[in-house]
Design a protein around this ligand. Structure first.
Ligand SMILES: NC(=O)c1ccc[n+]([C@@H]2O[C@H](COP(=O)([O-])OP(=O)(O)OC[C@H]3O[C@@H](n4cnc5c(N)ncnc54)[C@H](O)[C@@H]3O)[C@@H](O)[C@H]2O)c1
Length: 300
């Protein structure tokens, strides 16, 4: 009998096949802290749960949620951060970690080679590493500008290129996710390099999606709003955090799970017809100016 899943997604692979935990390898880039760590854990957990969930058997299989995780490959250029993530994930037979500077093509290439040797062909790649130092243009050094562009833009290019080449070579209808920021469409002082790099990520994503559509590889972008992370690499002032949080219509800062949930949607069959697009996850921040009062004077 035809399953509900196949009816909902006519013409596409059966979702349980796409989401089978043992035939996918998650490549998560920039792994050590905050969003990434939760992303790894959520993806690892949800893959198993989701698999059963598509079979309409969610509750019965809840216990399997943690066990039947995906295989994960993660990297970072900071050893202690990488080790912390690896320790937290557990399941060493399903996890691969390597020190990588995503600005370097040779290191990214070696990472994918090692990950595939350890875990099998990559089917999902998330280009996440990013830095956000803050300096007004008048004071910015060329070194800082280059560092942001090389990490946030070249790193995304190299990661996506390496993933896409492997997926195409093996005829895998994979999923690629880039991580931009609300800063791609909304400027803020001190972030000229950051905003420019994140706008670049969005257009890079769109072009890559056009080029890979014929291979049935979905390429989409997540633009997070403010997400509370520990921020060892890019620390924030308390004043900045509280001012920003006050402006969020939903009334709270984002948490890493919010981004992981968006990523899960994008790698699921529900997003099969979606490519080259940007999902904003920001509690309404980009919807408009929530801080404005009503414009009509009160009637007396
Ligand atoms: N936290 C937010 O509010 C927020 C908002 C919008 C977008 N983002 C984006 O989300 C992504 C993750 O940000 P986060 O807030 O979790 O930051 P984070 O500093 O907690 O994590 C970034 C990670 O990337 C790693 N990294 C930096 N440069 C690297 C390089 N060259 N090679 C390999 N790894 C490198 C760092 O070691 C760090 O572990 C970034 O792309 C950021 O721009 C974050």
């Amino acid at each position: 009998m035809e399953s509900t899943d196949t009816k909902v997604f006519p013409g596409c692979c059966h979702p349980t096949r796409i989401l089978r935990p043992d035939d996918r390898c998650f490549s998560l880039i920039g792994s050590a802290r905050g969003e990434k760590e939760v992303l790894h854990v959520r993806l690892q957990q949800a893959c198993g749960g989701r698999h059963r969930c598509w079979c309409g058997n969610r509750i019965r299989h809840r216990e399997g949620f943690h066990e039947a995780g995906a295989r994960l490959a993660l990297n970072d250029f900071r050893e202690p951060a990488l080790q912390r993530s690896l320790a937290r994930l557990g399941n060493p037979d399903r996890v691969f970690g390597q020190i990588v500077d995503v600005r370097r093509a040779d290191e990214v290439h070696r990472f994918f080679e090692g990950a595939e040797r350890a875990l099998g062909p990559v089917t999902v790649a998330i280009a996440n590493a990013g830095i956000y130092p803050n300096t007004p243009v008048l004071e910015m050094t060329q070194e800082e500008w280059d560092r942001v562009m090389e990490t946030n833009l070249r790193g995304v290019f190299l990661t996506c290129q390496a993933a896409a080449r492997r997926m195409v070579a093996k005829d895998i209808p994979g999923k690629i996710i880039t991580i931009s920021s609300g800063a791609y469409q909304s400027g803020r002082p001190g972030a000229a390099h950051y905003c420019a790099s994140k706008a670049g990520v969005v257009l890079f994503t769109k072009v890559l999606a056009l080029e890979l559509a014929k291979y049935r590889i979905n390429v989409n972008c997540i633009a997070p709003g403010f997400i509370q992370v520990e921020g060892e690499v890019s620390p924030l002032t308390e004043e900045y955090v509280s001012t920003l949080t006050r402006q969020i219509p939903w009334g709270r800062a984002g948490i890493p799970q919010d981004i992981a949930n968006g990523a899960l949607f994008l790698v699921s069959p529900l997003a099969e017809f979606m490519t080259g697009d940007v999902i904003s996850i920001n509690g309404g921040t980009s919807a408009g100016r929530a801080y404005l009062p009503l414009s009509t004077p009160k009637r007396t």
